[in-house]
Structures are given as C-alpha cells and as structure tokens.
Design a protein. Structure first.
Length: 70
C-alpha cells in the first residue's frame, strides 16, 4: 500500500465525532478516518452505478431510501 501523509482542516464537531468513534471502537483516529473515507467511496460508487441505498428500521421493518446531496 502506498501511503501519503495529508493535513486536513475539519470543524471541531467532526473531529470530536471521529475521536469518539475511535475511542468507542478502540481504533486510532487515522483508522476511523480511513473507514469514513471508505464508506463515502462505497456510497459514491453505488450512486454512480445508479443503485439505491436503503436502510431498514428493525423495529418496524420499514425501509427507506437514503438520499444524499452531491
């Protein structure tokens, strides 16, 4: 894997959210950031393929389409 170092500026609330995920899942901040980017890549790939992204509420079995702004 070819690794490149990057510097980013993020709003404080986003940094705090990523830090909370890292702590909760016992991961590094970098690992959580990588997961976040991988998730976004998945969504973009699915949308580019004209696929729908659906979520199901397990309590009601209700299914909703996820709509994202691009």
């Amino acid at each position: 894997m070819n690794i490149k170092k990057v510097t980013v500026n993020l709003p404080a609330d986003q940094v705090e959210f990523l830090q909370e995920l890292a702590k909760r899942d016992n991961l590094t901040f970098t690992d959580v950031l990588r997961r976040s980017i991988s998730s976004e890549k998945f969504f973009v790939t699915q949308e580019d393929a004209k696929k729908k992204i659906l979520v199901e509420d397990p309590a009601t079995s209700r299914i909703q389409e996820v709509l994202r702004h691009r």
